[in-house]
Design a protein around this ligand. Structure first.
Ligand code: G3P
Length: 218
């Protein structure tokens, strides 16, 4: 499973990259705003800065909601850097724009996906990635992981190449369960990735090893 980090924070992206397990980055307008990045030129420069830190795909979301605007923005974003993936909302215009970009070999990520039907449509439009938001489904008493399972089944039935990018991952068990189901990618916060490291028996075991070594080498 690929690991993407879901942030626009350069320090966190660097930390995840330094760990050696990072395959890409996803951003959205809220995450950019959280870092205080505003104004077109600053936003574009920030995407390039992110691309220069990581080796893999970097999702950059369009703001336009009309088809022509999405095409204009997406083309500009894709020309910024070869690692840019054009992120499009799951709307009628977004699906049309996804088809436009996939026909031209430009990578896409269809976001704000909350149902299997939406994921099927994204695959039909040739999306590179589809982003079901599992945490936000959990927030409204709906099983986000069950959606990942449904999409996995549907894509496997027909051999769709669209990668399931489990998004809105909130914690470490989301990552583990997505891996069990067979999500192709997960995107989550640094805290969820670092959470995978933790086990008290690892800490206790290491402390014992070091204590025994120190005793034997007094
Ligand atoms: O990847 C989608 C993500 O940014 C949304 O996460 O935690 O705001 O639901 P969250």
């Amino acid at each position: 499973m690929k690991f993407f980090i879901d942030t626009a924070n350069l320090e966190q992206i660097k930390e995840a990259q330094a760990l050696g397990v990072l395959d890409g980055v996803t951003t959205n307008p809220s995450l950019m705003a959280k870092e205080g990045i505003s104004g077109k030129n600053n936003v574009l420069k920030h995407y390039v800065d992110i691309c220069n830190i990581v080796d893999g795909d970097v999702s950059a979301e369009v703001i336009a909601t009309d088809y022509e605007g999405m095409i204009r923005e997406g083309e500009e974003l894709s020309e910024l850097h070869e690692q840019i993936v054009v992120k499009l909302p799951m709307t009628k215009e977004g699906v049309k724009a996804c088809k436009y970009f996939s026909d031209r070999g430009i990578k896409t990520n269809v976001t704000l996906v909350f149902s299997a039907g939406q994921a099927l449509l994204a695959a039909k439009a040739g999306a590179t990635y589809v982003s079901p938001f599992i945490g936000r489904l959990d927030d409204v008493s709906t099983d986000g992981l069950a959606l990942i399972e449904e999409i996995r089944d549907i894509y496997d039935n027909y051999g769709y190449q669209t990668e399931i990018l489990a998004a809105s991952v909130r914690h470490t068990m989301h990552i583990v369960n997505c891996a069990k189901i067979g999500a192709d990618v997960m995107t989550g916060p640094l805290s969820a990735i670092l959470g995978l490291l933790k086990h008290p028996l690892t800490d206790i075991g290491l402390a014992q090893f070091l204590a025994d070594h120190a005793k034997a080498n007094q």
